[in-house]
Design a protein around this ligand. Structure first.
Ligand SMILES: [Fe+2]
Length: 260
């Protein structure tokens, strides 16, 4: 049962309109999945070397809940700057675990997990609680905020998949993605897109060469990423390296090593 579907069991008064409209996250995801042709999504994902975009797929009502939690998390943003690679802010899993129940419900949604398994054909599961990257918010709020081209390399023993969800998009920044970068025989393909609220991008992080282009003056872009793995195991040295990378490039030493 999702966090939000728990509630008083014997409330005999009529529910106010606002409560009736507050559909649980799980129900919203299940409905969104039912509206899709999952076989067609799987085919596109496979044809594009494990990469698919569903533009404005998630409903505004769900995105509204998530954006409320973005505003709650905003004071906890940790900004980092790595010359010639990235500049921007982020809020990691430990903070979201404590403060963002709708984001956590989305991350752990059985309907979403089933959908990701159906599209990828992989037995994915959420990352272990020790991973600050499990789900995280990324804030592009100052001119020049960006991230250069990279793979979301998996330090786990097996595959890791990334979902990117657009939440706030008032910018000229673009997600630029090259799905065939590691396939030298293939004709190159490049996708450039604004990650509008509700836009959903699913990919195998080891395959997709991707970047976010620099933010302009007076612009803002906020996205959410959800990470899933096929094997939650990670060698201790790789875990240490991964945590150090997360500390300096994303969430800060205190956030990564203090744990919740
Ligand atoms: Fe990435």
């Amino acid at each position: 049962m999702s966090e939000e579907s728990r509630g008083p069991q014997c409330n005999i008064r009529p529910m106010p309109d606002t409560a009736v409209a507050a559909t649980p996250v799980e129900e919203e995801i299940a409905r969104a999945v039912r509206a899709l042709d999952v076989a067609a999504v799987r085919e596109t994902y496979r044809r594009q070397n494990e990469f698919v975009v569903l533009e404005r797929w998630l409903p505004p009502s769900l995105i509204g809940r998530l954006v409320t939690e973005v505003e709650r998390a905003r004071p906890r943003v940790h900004r980092s700057y790595i010359p010639r690679h990235k500049k921007g802010g982020s809020v990691g899993y430990y903070t979201l675990y404590a403060q963002a129940p709708a984001i956590l419900s989305l991350y752990r949604s059985p309907a979403l997990l089933d959908f990701v398994r159906a599209v990828t054909g992989a037995p994915v599961q959420p990352c272990p609680d020790s991973d600050p990257h499990s789900c995280a918010l990324y804030f592009y709020t100052e001119p020049g905020d960006h991230i250069g081209f990279h793979f979301d390399t998996s330090y786990y023993r097996d595959r890791r998949y990334t979902i990117l969800v657009g939440l706030i998009e008032r910018s000229s920044s673009r997600l630029v993605a090259q799905p065939f970068k590691k396939l030298p025989g293939r004709e190159p393909m490049e996708v450039r897109l604004a990650t509008e609220p509700g836009t959903f991008v699913l990919f195998n992080g080891d395959n997709l060469w991707h970047a976010i282009t620099p933010l302009g003056e007076g612009e803002e872009r906020v996205s959410l990423t959800l990470e899933y793995v096929t094997d939650p195991g990670m060698a201790p040295l790789k875990r240490l390296f991964s945590n150090l990378k997360d500390s300096f490039a994303y969430f800060g030493l205190r956030s990564v090593f203090a744990r919740r």
